[in-house]
Design a protein. Structure first.
Length: 741
């Protein structure tokens, strides 16, 4: 092996092969390189069989990248087991799920599938509280994060609807078990239970995996930690790589104490710090370090680079969010045109999905191609989910959710009333939908009229089941799409029909590719791969500006990054502004955003921002204040200039000057125009009528979110309202949900 390309600390990590090892790998410090070199070192220098090596990654994308790197180093078929935690558990359960009362062909339910089950349970129980399904889904996830059964959660849940929530949770668990299905949380919970209740199963895997590697250790949950510790119980060789400064998934169960307390759990563990950064310029690293060093819950480390300082970090204060989007998108347009950069070199990062709209509008205006990530995903599209549901029903006939989805999809004359009747009978009898469909339906309580319609579907299902035993994967997938009537259903020329046909063809194409890459793969194996696709697996950076939430681009990097919406209550988010631990997680999100940048970093904020139906006035983010300690002051460009790296980093709320973006075909606004748009022109009316209510200047009003306020200025339908302790906000009184105070 050629180890000469590794720095001293990387080399130390690669060669420290025995016992527990914690590698603190800062952003851009080459952690994936260390992981792959270490595995190769074990095989080539220590002569360890790949059969005895396990590597656990955080995303499917990282899994694929590591496999490719290992194959490049060791040749095809290296044999190392590389997977995510959920994929690892799913694979273990395929062999031994029967010990827990499941068939080995169990279905993995996505969040979307689970939500459908919850809604169906609520409907059967005649519970019609608005938004209650989301509330129940949250509590079920919360309960499973801490491994509480429905009975245990009744004692722990502090919600006023705790009893009802836990009743639904109990019914949810019963339905999944009856359907031979598990959700994402179950994959971890059932594996832990399998190892606990069947020590011989644990012994088999603990004996096999002599060397265990875990990437992104800061993002592991407590349950994942327990599973890893169990697997390492025989040989004790646990090698974890992570960065507590990039722990940003606490809201979905990640436990930062796993990495912070590693030495407590493994007292003899070696700790190695990777602090040399190979991604970003010194200026970017200095600003990022200045932000993250304000966190208390972290190790003492500081990123550095041998690269030169690079372009200075830019801070830009816009008058409003429209102007912020104008500045960002003009900078991108100028850099593409004048510096020869490509759209794929740029990322616009937001804390909230709700902030993307104005950037989309401006990118279209400048004719810059872009893609938005963090929104509606390919595998959640209706026609895609429906075709996949046919596959699920073939593999697992007990999958009630799959059957109820496909019985009348595409439409074949079986209405909602028939489907609801079938669902209700199945729920009352304790049988699966397929048991009723393939039994004597009338004897179970299905009406003769409904049974006649359902037999049409049964004939189709029998035909598909027979074909599944005779065809290869891609051939069968196409056969199902044709026989079920998908292409006939979307035969029209409307844009919606074209889009759905395109989505179906894309899915069938991907199945063909999967079959090529996994010779002899079964339909069951394909479904498992789809079920475990993560949030960021579909991100492609080819020739598009990436417009995304910060969480969706973790692990990626771009030449130029714009971190936007940097105001208090936006970034840091209002919902994460209650305690030290929460604000520290928000600061870690900011640190992740900043360290995505290789060459250019822009930080932008707006004096006013229209969100959730009102104009908000927030202070600029504390993260700007922290970063400014390491950023040189910036001077304003000349009027009408188009400076590519210019901005205003003076006191927040001051006029941002020309900002280097006035070379636009859109009409320029004077300083006075902008100030009037914010502060309001002289009042041209003293009242506005909303429904049967007249609101007048000076009225005391009540808003359901902001509480009690007083109207201090009016102009047309708009009113400026001062709230106690919250400041001044603007509203359109025709649509805002106000009542007289």
């Amino acid at each position: 092996m050629d180890l000469s390309t590794l720095n001293d600390k990387q080399l130390e990590a690669v060669k420290t092969t025995e016992g527990a090892v914690l590698v603190l790998a800062g952003a851009g410090s080459g952690k994936t390189r260390v992981l792959t070199y270490r595995i190769a070192y074990l095989m080539e220098e220590k002569h360890v069989s790949p059969y005895h090596i396990l590597a656990i990654t955080f995303t499917n994308k990282a899994t694929k990248e590591m496999k490719e790197r290992l194959e490049n180093m060791l040749g095809e078929g290296s044999g190392v087991w590389v997977s995510t935690f959920h994929s690892l558990c799913a694979r273990i359960l395929r062999y031994d799920a029967d010990k827990l009362g499941y068939d080995k062909n169990y279905t993995i339910y996505s969040d979307n599938d689970s939500e459908r089950v919850i809604k169906r349970i609520l409907s059967n129980k005649h519970i019609e509280k608005q938004g209650f399904d989301s509330k129940v889904a949250f509590h079920i996830n919360n309960a499973k994060t801490f491994m509480f059964s429905p009975e245990e959660y009744r004692k722990e849940c502090g919600d006023r609807d705790a009893m009802l929530i836990c009743d639904v949770y109990e019914a949810y668990e019963e339905e999944l078990k009856a359907a031979n299905a598990m959700d994402y949380d179950d994959l971890l919970i059932k594996t832990y239970k399998l190892f606990t209740d069947y020590p011989e199963v644990l012994a088999k895997y603990a004996e096999r995996f002599e060397y265990i590697h875990i990437d992104e250790y800061q993002d592991t949950s407590r349950l994942q930690y327990k599973i890893a510790a169990m697997l390492a119980s025989k040989h004790g060789n646990l090698f974890v790589v992570g960065d507590e400064d990039q722990s940003i998934y606490g809201w979905r169960g990640a436990d930062i104490s796993n990495i912070l307390d590693f030495r407590k759990d493994f007292p003899n563990a070696a700790v190695i710090k990777l602090e040399q950064n190979y991604r970003s310029t010194t200026n970017i690293l200095n600003a990022a370090n200045a932000v993250i060093e304000n966190n208390r819950g972290r190790f003492d480390k500081k990123l550095w680079s041998e690269a030169d300082g690079g372009v200075r970090v830019e801070i830009y204060t816009a008058q409003d969010d429209r102007e912020e989007a104008e500045y960002v998108c003009r900078q991108i347009s100028n850099l593409i045109r004048e510096r020869g950069m490509s759209p794929k070199d740029f990322a616009i990062l937001v804390r909230l999905n709700a902030l993307t709209k104005k950037f989309e509008d401006k990118l279209r205006y400048f004719r810059v191609p872009y893609k938005v990530y963090g929104g509606f995903k390919f595998y959640e599209r209706k026609e895609v989910k429906s075709l996949l549901a046919y596959f699920r029903a073939i593999v697992n006939p007990r999958d009630n959710d799959a059957f109820l989805r496909i019985i009348n999809t595409p439409k074949r004359g079986i209405g909602d009333a028939v489907t609801e009747e079938l669902s209700l009978v199945a729920g009352q009898s304790g049988l699966s939908v397929s048991d009723i469909l393939f039994g004597d339906m009338e004897s179970y309580g299905i009406s003769p009229k409904s049974a006649k319609k359902l037999r049409v579907f049964k004939e189709l299902y029998d035909k598909l089941m027979a074909a599944s035993k005779q065809m290869g994967l891609s051939e069968f997938a196409t056969y199902v799409a044709e026989e079920a009537g998908f292409f006939i259903a979307f035969v029209g020329d409307k844009e919606e029909d074209l889009s759905r046909r395109e989505n179906l063809n894309q899915l069938l194409g991907e199945i063909t590719e999967f079959e090529k890459e996994n010779q002899g793969a079964s339909l069951e194996e394909y479904l498992q791969s789809v079920s475990l696709i993560s949030d960021t697996d579909d991100i492609q950076t080819d020739e598009y500006v990436t417009l995304s939430t910060v969480h969706s681009v973790k692990g990626l990097e771009f030449d130029a990054v714009f971190v936007t919406g940097l105001e208090e209550n936006v970034f840091p988010s209002q919902s994460f502004n209650k305690s030290t631990s929460e604000i520290e997680e928000e600061r870690r999100v900011m640190y992740v955003a900043m360290t995505r940048a290789r060459k250019r970093l822009y930080m932008t904020c707006a004096r006013t921002r229209f969100m959730y139906g009102s104009t908000q006035y927030n202070k600029r983010s504390r993260f700007i204040e922290e970063a400014e300690k390491k950023i040189r002051p910036t001077t304003l460009p000349p009027t009408g200039g188009r400076a590519i790296t210019s901005g205003y980093s003076g006191s927040y709320g001051g006029y941002s000057g020309n900002g280097g973006y006035h070379a636009s075909s859109e009409p320029k606004r004077s300083r006075e125009d902008i100030l009037r748009s914010v502060n309001g022109a002289a009042a041209d009316t003293t009242k506005v009528r909303s429904g049967a209510v007249d609101f007048r200047l000076g009225d005391k009003v009540v808003h359901p979110r902001y509480g009690v306020g007083r109207i201090i200025q009016m102009s047309g339908d708009n009113a400026t309202i001062a709230f106690d302790g919250l400041g001044i906000k603007q509203f359109n009184m025709k649509i805002a949900p106000f009542k007289k105070g």
